[in-house]
Write a protein that binds this ligand. Structure first.
Ligand SMILES: *Cc1c(COP(=O)(O)O)cnc(C)c1O
Length: 383
């Protein structure tokens, strides 16, 4: 039987034809399709959002934190239970991430532990909506207001996710940053989107994503000013999205809701199949809220009688790819050694990591593929 990969993108003829159209048009870098993707994305999020397309969520997080004014010596509160990108961009700016443990049930930052981590250097909070389940944003916003902190959401998993009925991206944070990496809920190969309601923040991100040039290439070649004219106002970055990538994004975005519905149904199928096994099922969104279901993460109980690593090995022997989200930051040498972090500082992140297995959950999976995964899990946990 063929190997079932852990994740695969869902690309159809629409995307392929749009890429071909871009290739034939001659617009390869940032141009009309990037602009259209930004407009479509802002409309999708609603609430008068502005959307700034970039070449990764990592780039977008860097730009958003730069734009809210994070600078050397500042502290930014975030979670250890994330990909290193969330914290590395804080270091790019010479600031220090301060890690606050997660809630054991949701894998999201525990707001009740945030205030104890605030110092006179704290400038911002970067919550991560793990697996596509919203953090407790009301609690986070009230802490941020009380202590005058910026909020930049790492929304890499959170399209489409809602919090109290509003899409992530439409809340009151300074910015939310989405990822279109190949395995994320929609993809442009590599890509990301900064969403904000602040015209000043949007303007700064647009300038800094392209070398600190005060007008982007699209404007440069279509405006009435001489085509060769531009001004550099800061030492910016090279983070612009290409029209080739945006060609994928335009069509992926149209399917985002249908993709979510399919993943949500698949999650429900897993939930009912695994009921009663020695594992904890993933947490759900509150009633009337949407979980993006980017990941389906089970937690193996001690009484499962198999270690997490052996379980993943046994799944691989049955031809099924699994993964682990995430190896928490405090276990990576760079973060551990720089800040002297210890597992006992983050008991919930540590125990979550030791038990967590991400099972395949993507729209390209057939019902038979999912039944194979279910059968394999049942067989491994029965012995
Ligand atoms: C994937 C991911 C990122 C980075 O996204 P890129 O688009 O690959 O830069 C950031 N944060 C989290 C939580 C992620 O899973």
């Amino acid at each position: 039987m063929s190997f079932l990969p852990f994740a695969l993108p869902d690309i159809c003829e629409d995307e392929i034809n749009e890429v071909l159209d871009s290739l034939r048009s001659g617009w390869l870098t940032t141009g009309p399709k990037t602009k259209r993707f930004e407009e479509d994305f802002a409309a999708f999020i609603g609430n008068n959002s502005e959307a700034i397309a970039v070449n990764s969520a990592t780039a977008g997080l860097h730009l958003a934190l730069e734009a809210v004014g994070i600078t050397a010596g500042d502290e930014v509160i975030t979670t250890p239970y994330t990909f290193t990108a969330t914290a590395e961009v804080i270091r790019y700016l010479g600031a220090d991430p301060v890690l606050v443990d997660i809630d054991a049930a949701t894998f999201n930052i525990d707001p009740s532990k945030i205030e104890a981590a605030i110092t006179s250097r704290t400038k911002a909070i970067v919550p991560v909506h793990f697996a596509g389940l919203s953090c407790d944003m009301q609690a986070i916003f009230s802490i941020a207001r009380k202590h005058n902190l910026k909020v930049v959401e790492d929304a890499a998993h959170a399209l489409p996710t809602t919090c109290n009925g509003k899409l992530i991206g439409a809340l009151e944070s300074d910015a939310a940053v989405f990822s279109f990496y190949a395995t994320k809920t929609i993809t442009t190969g590599e890509g990301g989107m900064v969403v904000t309601h602040s015209p000043e923040l949007a303007k700064r991100c647009r300038i800094m994503r392209l070398h600190g040039i005060s007008r982007d290439a699209f404007d440069r070649y279509t405006s009435i000013k001489p085509a060769w004219h531009y001004e550099v106002v800061a030492p910016g970055f090279k983070y612009n999205m290409t029209d080739i990538a945006a060609s994928l994004g335009i069509h992926q975005l149209k399917k985002a809701k249908a993709f979510q519905q399919k993943r949500s149904q698949m999650a429900a199928t897993y939930d009912s199949a695994f009921y009663g096994l020695p594992l904890t099922l993933p947490p759900h969104a509150p009633d009337n809220d949407t979980h993006a279901w980017h990941l389906y993460v089970i937690r193996l109980h001690d009484k499962a009688g198999i270690s997490r690593d052996s379980f993943i090995g046994a799944m691989a022997e049955k031809g099924i790819g699994c993964s682990v989200h995430f190896i928490p930051l405090h276990l990576h040498p760079y973060w551990r050694d720089l800040y002297g972090l210890k597992p006992e500082d983050f008991p919930n992140a540590q125990s979550g990591f030791e038990q967590a297995v991400s099972l395949p959950l993507y729209t390209k999976m057939s019902e038979e593929d999912q039944q194979r995964v279910i059968q394999a899990v049942k067989e491994i946990l029965a012995c």
